[in-house]
Write a protein that binds this ligand. Structure first.
Ligand code: NDP
Length: 471
């Protein structure tokens, strides 16, 4: 270590960077970490955590209605956005403190400022200080991107949604991916009129078609005005456009401020919304990091190119998480961080396993999924499809139309379950458990050998006897 200030310098204090830093430090390495924003990164500060808390908040409107059907005398009242925001901020402050303390108690030196690469073994901090390290780990995450269209600067992204002063009465959400669909459900549940435009034929491209269809139906049934095959062409300030009053509130350049927004769609429709939210994808934070000078390769989508050990073309520099644009999920970044420490500090070269990763999309209805979709599996080999769709007991009792989907894709040859797809309340919780079996290589017959837990929704996963399709 004598030649370097640190054994490891981590750039980025999100889930992946913090985990790698503290595990390396716990093993005895001298570690530093730089974070230019808040500790905890996208997941804790402006992603998974506040989003899931908003999901919880948004489901009470339906819960109140159902409670009445179950005999409770409840009046729901209005949702108090500012009371929720205050509580949310408090929770995020608490979690950020936890992240900081985890680093401090592990002995990691923190620099709360931006750091960029200077050369293969040193970083430069925003205050001009240069620190050297034997290894450098880049874990700078990603950021939301907006399409290049007239007026796009007026729209917000998932970064701003948590900080709006007031909930809009009417919002347009652009996109059909995770974030667009999750926020359509959240805002709809909070009482906002939600219109969602997606350019493709069905939301959640890449997932199982049957599940996508059922989620879209469920969202529409709950009140989201989902318009497929529709995109935004241009947008502007409504008052500027009419120009009748000539006293439009000033737009100070902060997305989300300054009055109603006029939008024009590819179908020729013109509408006015209080807010327009772009959920049109995210890009890696790899620019202006000093990578180009070091000849670290940047891929087609702006990501840092790494090998299976998260190592870049410069042997002392590694990268993990969203900045590498492999599988952009928090638990994956954490695993990549752990594998990096195993490889570099514990002498056990550990490739990152990106196969069969279970995940959940917190749409309403919720989606839990692992493995191949029916369409992808069929393209690879002969399959049997086991699927059942039904009204769950809890909702059937109150005459709600919501449908649940339990679906298994099975290899005809190996009998292995290649994919499991669940659309249901708490599907995220269910897929975590089903995912263990699928990852272990369980066959359909292994599923069948398990006794049902009754009465539950997920018992259907072990009671489906006859394939609905063989192909
Ligand atoms: P996604 O890539 O999931 O979705 C982006 C959406 O925007 C797609 O529907 C895409 O359409 C559309 N789009 C892209 N460019 C344009 C454009 N120019 N005009 C109109 N529409 C456009 O990105 P998200 O931002 O939703 O999420 C980013 C990532 O974050 C996810 O991929 C996921 O890895 C992660 N995430 C995970 C969550 C979870 O685990 N629950 C929750 C939230 C995020 P098309 O399909 O046609 O390309």
């Amino acid at each position: 270590m004598a030649d370097f200030d640190f054994d490891l310098f981590v750039i980025g204090g999100g889930s992946g960077g913090v985990r790698a830093a503290r595990v390396a430090a716990a093993g005895g390495a001298a570690v530093a970490l730089a974070e230019e924003d808040r500790y905890g990164g996208t997941c804790v500060i402006r992603g998974c955590v506040p989003k899931k808390l908003m999901v919880f908040a948004s489901t009470y409107s339906q819960a109140f209605e159902e409670a009445r059907e179950y005999g409770w005398q409840v009046t729901s009242g209005a949702f108090d956005w500012s009371a929720f925001q205050t509580r949310l901020e408090g929770e995020l402050d608490r979690l950020e403190g936890v992240y900081q303390r985890l680093l401090d108690t592990s002995g990691v030196t923190r620099f709360s400022q931006r750091a960029v690469l200077k050369d293969a073994h040193s970083v430069q901090l925003a205050d001009g200080t240069v620190k050297s390290a034997k290894h450098i780990l880049i874990a700078t995450g990603g950021h939301p991107v907006k399409p290049d269209l007239p007026g796009a600067e007026l729209g917000i992204t998932s970064n701003e949604i948590f900080h709006l002063e007031d909930l809009p009465k009417r919002i347009l959400i652009i996109g059909g991916g995770y974030i667009a669909c999750e926020f359509a459900g959240i805002l709809n549940g909070l009482g906002v009129e939600v219109c969602q435009w997606y350019r493709g034929a069905q939301i959640l491209r890449g997932f199982d078609d049957e599940a996508r269809g059922m989620i879209a139906d469920g969202m529409i049934q709950r009140g989201v005005d989902l318009q497929l095959g529709t995109n935004i062409l241009e947008m502007g300030r409504a008052e500027d456009r009419d120009n009748a009053s000539g006293n439009a509130p000033a737009f100070d350049g902060t997305p989300g401020t300054g009055g109603p927004i006029w939008v024009k769609s590819t179908n020729g429709d013109e509408m006015v919304f209080d807010q327009v939210m772009f959920a049109t994808g995210r890009a890696p934070n790899a620019r202006q990091m000093g990578l180009e000078a070091l000849e670290i390769e940047i891929g087609r989508r702006g990501e840092i190119s790494v090998d299976q050990f998260s190592q870049t073309a410069v042997p002392s520099v590694y990268a993990i998480g969203d900045v590498t644009n492999r599988v952009n999920l928090t638990p994956v970044a954490i695993r990549e961080g752990m594998a990096f420490v195993e490889t570099v500090f514990n002498g056990t070269p550990t490739p990152v396993d990106h196969e069969l990763i279970p995940s959940a999309v917190f749409t309403q209805p919720e989606f839990g999924t692992i493995g191949l979709s029916e369409e992808d599996a069929r393209a690879k080999e002969p399959i049997e499809v086991y699927a059942t769709s039904f009204r769950a007991m809890q909702q059937s009792f109150v005459d709600r139309e919501d449908k649940v989907l339990m679906k298994l894709i099975v290899s005809v040859e190996s009998r292995k379950v290649l994919g499991c797809h669940i659309v249901a309340d708490h599907a995220g919780e269910m897929i975590q458990l089903a995912g263990i079996a699928v990852k272990m290589g369980a066959t359909k017959e292994d599923f069948d050998r398990v006794c049902a837990v009754h009465p539950t929704m997920s018992e259907e996963l072990v009671t489906m006897k006859t394939p609905v399709r063989i192909s």
